[in-house]
Write a protein that binds this ligand. Sequence first.
Ligand code: C2E
Ligand code: CA
Ligand code: CA
Length: 347
Amino acid sequence: MVLAAGADAPGARAIAARLAEAIARPMDVCGHRLAVRASIGISVFPSDGVGSELLVRNADIAMYAAKRSRTGIDVYHPRMSARLARRVQLADRLERAIRHDGLELYYQPQVSMADGTLVGAEALLRWNDAELGQVSPDEFVPLAEHRGLIDALGHWVVARACAQLREWEQRGLRLPGRLAINLSPRQFDDPDFADRLTGHVAACGLRPDRLDLELTESGLMADPDASLTVLATLRTAGFSLSLDDFGMGYSSLAHLRGFPLDSLKLDRSFVRGMLEHRHDYAIVVATMAMAQSLGLELVAEGVETRAQADALLELGCRRAQGFLFDAPLPAEAFARRWLLQPEPVEA
Ligand code: C2E
Ligand code: CA
Ligand code: CA
């Protein structure tokens, strides 16, 4: 902690910048060159607090904001407290929602673009909180990872997805292909993850060959060797594996070759731009060629127009998911639209 008597916010920022620079200088420790980076949060007397306790607390809040900033330095602002308060509230309510079944899974069809038939589906989390309203999984999934709730959340998703498949099957409705569920890279931190998942699916009375597991590139690349072990176990157990949001990360092609994958899901940003932007189109072409030569299925995400579907088909991409075919739907609506065969008409 540094007390800078008489400094205003710009003055404190300048001191922080000099400190950060000094700290960032590499050090030699036992023959190893070590570099450390500091994150510095600043609070200013009296605007950010008149007592030391509040000043320290607000500097701490600013420090967390600083961790996300480019410079690693940030000055406290009341909006930071509001953001923190929302995150704390979200985390509390999310934990309750996981425990009390306050979440829901929606199902989005995956289709064969040539004839529009159903070839699988992806399960997507929805959370409609009584106080907070609809919260996007893009907001609460990262929060669950951060707050140590991801195991419980992931567990809930698998249980719900399996129960749904069973329920449909008992009603004589069979989902063709597999149901895809999203895995968070944090779930791989648990060394027993593969065994637990397999046991869990068996306990629900299902075989792993009913499920496809979607993983992200950045997740796998965080620790490629550890990921490889888990993936190999999952694949041997009978799950199929898809690489999600493909093209957004910075995968090493050499590593990709080594992973036991079944399909690549082309990120929807490329599909969105492919007919207008030469570069997006080039990436789609290259990805398709790579998928083909590695023997992987390419699934296009976010297909919204017939023109996109036609262009993808032309390139040899057969499977897709997107609003053109259907949005993610509640289980019952999905079953009605996609699983119920129309009754044959009596002659
Ligand atoms: P994602 O895995 O890439 O899921 C596809 C997202 O694209 C979904 O957003 C879906 O609603 C949206 N989408 C589908 N078709 C179209 C289209 O034609 N156009 C556009 N613009 N968007 C389309 P959603 O449901 O909001 O989910 C966001 C992300 O949250 C997911 O991205 C996934 O990363 C994460 N997520 C969702 N459910 C789970 C889950 O059960 N577990 C984990 N770990 N993450 C999940
Ligand atoms: Ca996905
Ligand atoms: Ca995706």
